[in-house]
Ligand binder design. Structure first.
Ligand SMILES: [Zn+2]
Length: 306
């Protein structure tokens, strides 16, 4: 027996954030500042990570073997998110599909081979369980085109619609309309500028990759200042120890450059087929942004410096 939830009131869980990504560490570079700031404000944050990143690199060889990497990365994820204040982590248990064109793409357990309906249902069930005000996932660009990033973008976007659908299959829980959907973004022009630096990250990318990487700046609607938690963010990133060059996440750049790169986080708010007024929940991302009152001139100065 169940009682219908009262959609007219905002429960505590109705004001939270759900983040849906593919691998341990996807949350660190682009969102760890926003996550830390939201947790400091008491906003509930749930993270869905679809795989354990089994096909990732092992940059510090003594930390993991190919066989142990998934378990090691799950521990890294839990440690990193504990530092950011998040303990509600839900792994979907798919296998990392690897970069495009690698043999891992063909593994039947991989995220890219998983039936869409199955993945979408799992995410929709979590949306109905958590009842978040906002959802963040990747955009169709997958930041840099990783097949799992693109897959989870499609699945999470479909799950937001399925969770809201009154006619969805029974067993998913009571319908829930999120107030906002965001795609985590990397400003394309900034990456293109950074790639021109002989010592910068992204310098190994081809012209074709650079032309399609990230999101055009004009499409980015959220530029979140996170400079005041940048030390925490760096520690979160470094806890993904197998994924970080021991010399530092941006080895080759000086301290100030690294700080500038990490001091802003970007998103694109996506139109939903229902009105924000349909959901009484307050969007925690929009509220955080409004509370930060970013200095537009500082944004432009910082973004052009790197
Ligand atoms: Zn990833």
């Amino acid at each position: 027996m169940s009682t219908a939830p009262d959609h007219s009131t905002t429960s505590q869980t109705g004001n939270g954030l759900l983040i849906v990504l593919a691998h341990p560490d996807d949350e660190a570079f682009g969102l760890a500042g926003t996550i830390s700031l939201l947790r400091a404000r008491g906003v509930p944050v749930t993270l869905i990570t679809a795989t354990r990143g089994e096909a990732g690199e092992i940059l510090v060889t003594e930390l993991a073997t190919r066989d142990s990497l998934g378990a090691v990365r799950e521990k890294e994820l839990r440690d990193a998110m504990a530092l950011a204040g998040v303990d509600d982590i839900r792994l979907l248990g798919y296998r990392d599909s690897g970069m495009a064109g690698t043999p891992e793409n063909d593994d039947p357990r991989s995220l890219v081979r998983a039936p869409a309906g199955e993945v979408v249902s799992m995410i929709a069930m979590t949306i109905r369980d958590v009842r978040p005000a906002a959802v963040i996932t990747f955009g169709a660009d997958g930041i840099y085109g990783h097949p799992d990033h693109i897959a989870i973008h499609h699945h999470a976007t479909a799950a937001v619609a399925l969770a809201a659908d009154e006619g969805a299959p029974v067993g998913l829980g009571e319908p829930w309309r999120v107030a906002s959907l965001y795609y985590n973004a990397l400003p394309r022009e900034r990456v293109q500028r950074m790639a021109q630096r002989a010592d910068g990250p992204f310098r190994s990318l081809s012209a074709e990759e650079l032309a399609n990487l990230g999101t055009p700046a004009r499409e980015i609607t959220v530029t979140m200042p996170v400079a005041d938690v940048v030390e925490t963010k760096e520690r979160v990133i470094r806890l993904h120890r197998t994924q970080i060059d021991p010399r530092g996440p941006f080895a080759g750049l000086d301290r100030e450059q690294v700080k500038l790169i990490m001091s802003w986080e970007f998103m694109r708010r996506v139109d939903l087929p229902w009105s924000p007024a349909d959901n009484p929940a307050r969007d925690p991302v929009a509220e955080l942004l409004a509370s930060r009152q970013p200095d537009v001139e500082a944004v432009i100065r910082d973004l052009e410096a790197v």
